[in-house]
Design a protein. Structure first.
Length: 260
C-alpha cells in the first residue's frame, strides 16, 4: 500500500519496502546465479573471491551471499528488511547479518575487498551508494553489481509482459530502476568493467507464480487484488506449457568498478 493509500500508483519507496511479507516466496522461487558469474566477477575485479572480505548489500534472503561464501569469501550480509533478514538467518545462520542500506554503510573506511549488489543496486541512490562503497573498500578493491533479467525477446515472456502491463498498468515495472544503471554507474567517474552472460533454468509453473508473487509490483498489492491476476497468469502459462514445466531464459549483466 502506498502512502496515498492507492496500491495502483507506483511508489518507489513502497516497492523497496515490500519484500518482508513475501520473503518466503523470494527464497523459494527467485533464480540463483550460474558459476560463470563468479568466474567473471573474479576476472573483472582482478582478484579471487577466496579469502576476500565482502559486503553483500541488499542481500535479501542470501541467495547470492551463500554463493559468494561458497567461493571462499568472508561475507557479511547487509539487509534492511527484517523479514528478509530473518529468512537469511534461518537458512544460513553462519553468515553475519547487519541491518543497513547501501547509501549509509556502518563500516570502517578501507575495511573490505568487495562490495556486491545482487539484484539490489537499483534500490539505492547511486550518488550516495557509490561513494559509500569506495569509502569502505581497500585499495585494489571493487564495487560489483549484477542483475538477472528475463529475456523478453523470447515470445512467451514477451506475451507475459504484455499481460502484466495490461493487468497492472501503474505498478508493473519489470526492470524497475535498473533501466538507467549504466548511466548511473558511469556518472561516478570510475572505470566500469562489464560482462553479459546468458543462462536458463527449468522450473514448475507454480514456482514461476511464486517468483512473480515475490516481485515488488505484486507485493505492494492487497491479496484480493493480486490473486486474480496471478490465477490468470497461471492459466496462461499452463496453456503455453501443458506439462507444467517452464524454461526461463535470463540475461545476466555484471558491472565491476575498481577502486582508484
Amino acid at each position: 500500500m502506498t502512502e496515498q493509500g492507492n496500491p495502483l500508483v507506483y511508489d518507489a519507496k513502497a516497492h523497496a519496502n515490500s519484500f518482508g511479507p513475501v520473503a518466503a516466496q523470494y527464497q523459494a522461487a527467485r533464480p540463483s546465479y550460474p558459476d560463470e558469474l563468479f568466474d567473471e566477477l573474479e576476472r573483472l575485479a582482478g582478484r579471487p573471491l577466496a579469502g576476500a572480505d565482502v559486503l553483500d548489500v541488499g542481500a535479501g534472503t542470501g541467495i547470492a551471499t551463500r554463493l559468494l561464501a561458497g567461493r571462499g569469501a568472508r561475507v557479511v550480509a547487509v539487509e534492511p528488511s527484517p523479514g528478509m533478514a530473518a529468512v537469511l538467518r534461518e537458512v544460513s545462520p553462519q553468515i553475519p547479518v547487519v541491518k543497513a542500506v547501501g547509501d549509509e554503510l556502518p563500516f570502517h573506511d578501507a575495511s573490505v575487498d568487495l562490495v556486491t549488489y545482487a539484484q539490489a543496486f537499483h534500490w539505492t541512490e547511486p550518488e550516495r551508494s557509490v561513494p559509500e562503497a569506495v569509502r569502505v573498500l581497500r585499495p585494489g578493491g571493487a564495487l560489483a553489481v549484477w542483475w538477472n533479467v528475463k529475456d523478453y525477446e523470447v515470445p512467451w515472456l514477451a506475451a507475459q509482459q504484455e499481460r502484466l502491463t495490461a493487468a497492472l498498468p501503474d505498478t508493473y515495472h519489470h526492470n524497475g530502476g535498473m533501466n538507467a544503471r549504466p548511466e548511473k554507474l558511469t556518472a561516478s567517474g570510475l572505470e566500469v568493467r562489464s560482462a553479459r552472460l546468458r543462462w536458463e533454468r527449468r522450473v514448475p509453473v507454480d514456482q514461476v507464480i511464486d517468483d512473480l508473487t515475490s516481485r515488488s509490483y505484486f507485493a505492494v498489492l492487497e491479496p484480493e487484488q493480486r490473486a486474480p491476476v496471478l490465477a490468470a497468469e497461471r492459466a496462461a502459462l499452463l496453456a503455453d506449457f501443458p506439462d507444467g514445466e517452464v524454461t526461463e531464459p535470463y540475461l545476466l549483466d555484471v558491472y565491476v568498478l575498481p577502486k582508484p
